[in-house]
Design a protein around this ligand. Structure first.
Ligand code: BJW
Length: 260
């Protein structure tokens, strides 16, 4: 990293920490990138899950209808990876922030459960959770942490119908209460962090635009630019597990200086 870039990143961190110190309403939208440093593959990009598997073969209701075993094999494989991983420094900073801002909203597109594992309590999981299974017939939802699953495809213990992952596939609606709450937090926050998402999947990608239109400052943390970058007040080109602790350390420093 050149000295010039290092300086400007440091200055950006300092400027952001000053704003954050006075903030009362903070919202965060995370995507697969925040879990990349924990060892969980992202979806798109060079190492993305969909370089090997085509989305339309696996993450749609019609794919599941056509071949539930194939889809479940993919989820079983992912559950095996996710189950062995731990939250990283980025997840941990966000868990801490829940306790320091008067209003803090953590909105995630991730289904891996790592925010919860890091200690975050109030999480809006837009796309569901890989550790929950839903009965196709009765709609009942169960938690299941087996890796590997005992049977593929798994079946409901009550009615023997197929269980499906309790996640949101392309063409499916998100939970209306969850997405409503996410838009509400986005439209009322003063600062919104957008971390580790390619910002191409709707309606999640519209949340930062809503925040920006309502006057919030937008902070992006991502090694690569995204369609949102031009709307951002702060763009950190780097890894969430490195940038978030830098911001958090500066925020702690700012708070201790002001207390003296
Ligand atoms: C790092 C890093 C590090 C790496 N630190 N960063 C309006 C317009 C156009 C289309 C639509 C629209 N409304 C709805 C649609 C259709 C569709 C859609 O958006 N399609 C687009 C692709 C065009 N949306 C839907 O179908 C949604 N349903 C819906 O809206 O219902 C109503 C409706 C339906 C149909 C038509 C109209 C209305 C549902 C979307 C469900 C998405 N589901 C998935 C799978 C979940 C289950 C599973 O995991 O198996 O969710 S798809 C997949 O993408 C997953 C993710 O949550 C989601 C977003 O991906 P994410 O998190 O951004 O990951 P990546 O890999 O894309 O990006 C990672 C980023 O991290 C990169 O930028 C890296 O650079 C970065 N990174 N390392 C920080 N260390």
């Amino acid at each position: 990293m050149s000295e010039e870039k290092e300086m400007s990143e440091k200055e950006n961190v300092e400027a952001l920490a000053k704003i954050l110190h006075d903030a009362e309403r903070v919202a965060v939208l995370t995507g697969a990138g925040i879990s990349a440093e924990s060892g969980i593959p992202t979806f798109r990009g060079e190492e993305g899950l969909w370089k090997t598997y085509r989305a339309e073969e696996l993450a749609t209701p019609s794919a599941f209808h056509a071949n539930p075993t194939l889809v479940w094999e993919w989820y079983d494989w992912r559950r095996g990876i996710i189950g062995s991983k731990e939250p990283n420094a980025g997840h941990k900073v966000l868990a801490r922030w829940e306790n320091i801002f008067p209003e803090f909203s953590l909105i995630t597109q991730n289904i891996d459960g790592l925010h919860e594992k890091a200690g975050s309590k109030n999480i809006l999981e837009l796309h569901g959770n890989i550790w929950r299974l839903r009965c196709l017939e009765e709609g009942t939802i169960i938690e299941n942490y087996d890796t590997p699953l005992k049977e593929i495809p798994p079946r409901c213990s009550d009615c023997n119908s197929l269980l499906r992952p309790h996640v949101v596939w392309f063409g499916e609606s998100l939970s209306s209460s969850v997405i409503q709450e996410a838009f509400q937090s986005s439209s009322s926050c003063q600062i919104m962090f957008v971390i580790g998402t390619s910002a191409v999947v709707q309606p999640a990608a519209s949340l930062p635009l809503t925040a920006s239109e309502a006057g919030a400052k937008i902070v992006e943390i991502n090694p690569d630019p995204t369609p949102l970058t031009s709307y951002c007040d702060f763009s950190f080109r780097g890894k969430a597990g490195e940038i978030l602790p830098m911001i958090d350390n500066e925020l702690k420093r700012e708070s201790s200086v002001l207390k003296e």
